[in-house]
Design a protein around this ligand. Structure first.
Ligand code: KMH
Ligand code: ZN
Length: 270
C-alpha cells in the first residue's frame, strides 16, 4: 500500500529566531513546497504568516500563497484552520472559502503548550458543514482519545461523510504524550476504513513517524513538527526531513504516492 507524504513546512509557533530557514512568507513557503514535491510529498499543509511573521488567516496572504504554490507544482493544498493560537476561530474558519483541496478541522478546545487552542463546539459544527458544502476535505486533528469521539459524533450528525481522514497528533503539551502506546491506542480505535497519519511533535518525531508507517498510516514531515533531525542537530531546512520520511516509507516497502494516487486515496470518496 502506498504512503502519502505531507510536508508541513511552517507551523504556528516557531519563528525565524528559532530557525533562520523557516519559510514564513508566501514566496518562501511556495519554494519549500516545490522542493518537497520534488522529493516525494503530495500534500502541503500550510500555515500563513503576516509580513511581521505572525500567524494570520488573512485571505489575501492565503490566496497569494496558494497561487504561488499552484504556479510551481500540482501538490494538493491543505490549509491549516488551526492557524495560530492568537487568531480567533471565525477568522481561521474563513480560510476554507478559498476552496483548497483540503483543510484541517480541529474538533476540540484544549490547552496547547502555555496557551489555549479554542475550537468551540458550535463553531466546529459550522466549519464542518461549510467544508462539506464547499467540497473541502477535512483532515481531523485528534490530540486525545475524546477528540476521536467528537469526530465520530460529527459523522453521526452527517457533518462528516466518506472515508474519514485523521491526524493523530502526539507530543503537544495539553494533548496525548508522544509514546508508541498512545499511538497504538488511537490507531486501533479509528474507524476501519479511516485514512490516517501521525503528527509527532518534537524529539519523538522520527520514531513515531516510523511506527505510524509500519502500522499502515501515512506520514508528515517538516519544520512545523520538529526543527531537528536528531538531538542537538537542527535540520538545515525542510528538505532533509521530507527526504527522511520518504526513505522511511521506502524502507518499509510503502511506495511513496504520487499526486494521482494521493488524490485518489484522500479525495476520491468525499
Ligand atoms: N501544529 C500541530 C500540532 C493544524 O494546523 O490545524 C497540529 C496541526 C493542526 O498541524
Ligand atoms: Zn498545522
Amino acid at each position: 500500500m502506498s504512503a502519502v507524504i505531507t510536508v508541513a513546512p511552517t507551523g504556528p509557533i516557531a519563528t525565524k529566531a528559532d530557525h533562520p530557514a523557516l519559510p514564513t512568507q508566501p514566496e518562501e513557503i511556495a519554494e519549500a513546497v516545490e522542493r518537497a514535491y520534488e522529493d516525494g510529498a503530495s500534500v502541503a499543509h500550510i500555515h500563513l504568516r503576516d509580513d511581521q511573521d505572525r500567524p494570520t488567516a488573512d485571505l489575501s496572504v492565503a490566496r497569494r500563497t496558494m497561487e504561488l504554490i499552484r504556479e510551481r507544482c500540482p501538490i494538493l493544498i491543505q490549509l491549516s484552520t488551526g492557524v495560530g493560537l492568537s487568531v480567533p476561530f471565525e477568522e481561521r474558519a474563513g480560510l476554507v472559502e478559498l476552496r483548497p483541496e483540503m483543510a484541517t478541522l480541529n474538533p476540540c478546545s484544549m490547552s496547547f503548550g502555555a496557551g489555549e487552542f479554542r475550537n468551540p463546539p458550535a463553531g466546529v459544527e459550522r466549519l464542518a458543514g461549510r467544508m462539506q458544502e464547499l467540497g473541502v476535505k477535512p483532515e481531523l486533528e485528534i490530540y486525545d482519545t475524546g477528540h476521536l469521539d467528537a469526530c465520530l459524533r460529527l459523522r453521526d450528525k452527517g457533518l462528516l461523510t466518506g472515508r474519514l481522514q485523521f491526524s493523530i497528533v502526539l507530543g503537544v503539551r495539553g494533548g496525548m504524550a508522544a509514546t508508541p502506546a498512545n499511538l497504538a491506542l488511537l490507531a486501533q480505535r479509528l474507524p476501519e476504513d479511516a485514512i490516517w497519519q501521525v503528527i509527532a511533535i518534537g524529539r519523538h518525531n522520527l520514531s513515531l513517524t516510523g511506527i505510524g508507517l509500519a502500522l499502515g498510516g501515512n506520514a508528515r514531515a517538516g519544520l512545523e513538527d520538529t526543527l531537528h533531525l536528531r538531538k542537538g542537530e537542527l535540520a538545515p531546512d525542510n528538505r532533509p526531513l521530507v527526504q527522511r520520511a520518504v526513505r522511511l516509507a521506502q524502507a518499509l516497502d510503502r511506495p511513496v504516492a504520487g499526486i494521482g494516487r494521493a488524490r485518489e486515496a484522500l479525495l476520491a470518496t468525499q
